[in-house]
Design a protein around this ligand. Sequence first.
Ligand SMILES: [Zn+2]
Length: 493
Amino acid sequence: MRTYRTSRRRARLALAAALTVTAALTGPAAVSRASAETPTPGAAGLGDPMFPLDGNGGYTVRHYKLDFDWRAPKTPFPAATTIRATATQALSRFDLDFAGNELHAVTVNGSPAQTRRDGDELIITPKSPIPRGSSFTVKVGYTADPTQIRHRDDAIEDYGWIPTPDGTVLYPQPNGAKMIFPSNDHPSARAPFTVRVTTPGDLTAVSNGRLVDRAERPGGRVRWTYDSEQPVATQLVQLAIGKYRLIDSTGPDGVALRDVVPDDLVAPTKQYRDLTPDHLAWLRAQLGSYPFKRYGVLVGDTDLGVALETQTLSLLPKADLLGTRVDAERNLVHELTHQWIGDSVGIATWSDLWLSEGHARFYERLYSEAHGGDSFEAAMRTAYENHDQWRHDYGAPAEPTEPNLFKRMRYDGSALVLYALREKVGTETFQRIERAWVAKYRGRTTSTADYIATASKAAGQDLSGFLRPWLYGATTPPMPGHPDWVVRPVVTG
Ligand SMILES: [Zn+2]
C-alpha cells in the first residue's frame, strides 16, 4: 500500500509540474487552472447511514499515538493524542470526533491552531492551509475524563470508559472512542496505534497488540508502551488498567496468547480461558488461519452486560466466565470469531454490521451445537418465526435503524441469512464462500455488496437475487429446504 501511495503521489507531483510548465507557456488563463487548489473545509462526517457525522472528510489518518498519564479510577488525568494524517484535499480546516474532556492546546505541524467545538465535532483551523497530498501532524492536549459513559437501549447498553474497582477497561463500540481520544471515529477509518500510558507502580496497563516497552518513571510510576502492529478501528481499541495478572502461553500456529485477569479471578476463570487453543483450532478449520500474531481474554471486573471483540484482546465481563461451560464457550467463540470478521475483515458502514454480528452468532451457535449446546436448527427456526417481526421492529438485516442497530436482527436474525445461504448452496459451497470472502478482505473493510459478489463468484452462480430479499426485503423469503417453516404475522403497536 505504501509503495502504491508513494507512486500515486509522485504521479500527482509530476502532473502538477507538467501543468505549471503548460501554464508558463500559455498565459494567465492556464495559470489559474494550474495554481494550487483553493483550500476548503474537510467534511464533518463520512455520511454513514446510522451516524452521518462520525469519521471526517478531507484527510486519512496514518497513525495514532495516545498518551495517558493515568492517576486513579474516576479521576481526570493529563492526556494527549498525536495524529499523523495525509490530506486528501486542500484543507482550510478539518474536524476530529471528540466528546467531552477538557480541551487544552491543539497544534498542527507544531504551530498553535484555532479550535471550536460543536457537539461531538472538534473543528481545527491550522495557521496555514494544508495542501492536498501533504502529510501533517495534529497534537491535541486535554484532561481526560474517565467517568465518561453513554448508554444505548440495545445490546450495547453502557459504552465508553468502563470503571473497574481499581482502574478501567474500554468499551468504545459503536462510536464511543470519541469520549476517550480525538479521532476519526468510524469503522472504515482504521489506522495503527501506539498507546503509551503511565500508571502507579502497583498497576498494570494493557492495550492492543505488543508490549514494546515498560519503563520505570519518577515517583515509582511505570510507563507502558504498546504497538497495535495492525490498523485498528477506533471502536476496537482496548486499554485495561488495574491489578492484573498476565498469563502467557502459545496457541496453534504459534499465536502468542496473553490473558489479562484480575488477581482474584485467575483461578475461577482458568477452566474456560484454557479452551482458547481449541477455539482457535476450530475456527481456523472454518475460516482459515488466525489473522493476528496474538490473542488474549481480558476478564473485566464489571457488571457490563456484554463482551467486546477489542482487537487481539477480547473483553469478557467476569460473569461470562463464571457460569456454565456452554454459556462461557458461546461468549468466547463469539468474540474470537470477531477477530476474523469485524476486526480483521472490517465493516465499511454501520449498515454492514449484520456481516460482523451475523457471522459471530453463526459460528458461536455452530460451535455450541457440537459442544453440548442447543440445536442450531431449532434456534434458526425460532429466528425464522420472528423474522418479519424483527424486520418491522428493527429493520431488515442490512437496513438497520439507528436506535435498533444492535438488536436481535443483527445477531440471530443475521445468522439466519447465512443459514439460509448454506441451505441454498450446500455446506461445501458455503464454506468455500466464507473462506474466499475472509481471505479476500483480510485486513480490509468490506460491504454487503462485496459479500454478495464474493459469494456469487465462489458459488459460480449469481446469488444477488437470493440474498438481496433476505437482506433488504420487507418480508422474510421462504427458507430453502424447510417448506414447513412459517413466519409469524407481525404484531404492530
Ligand atoms: Zn458480537
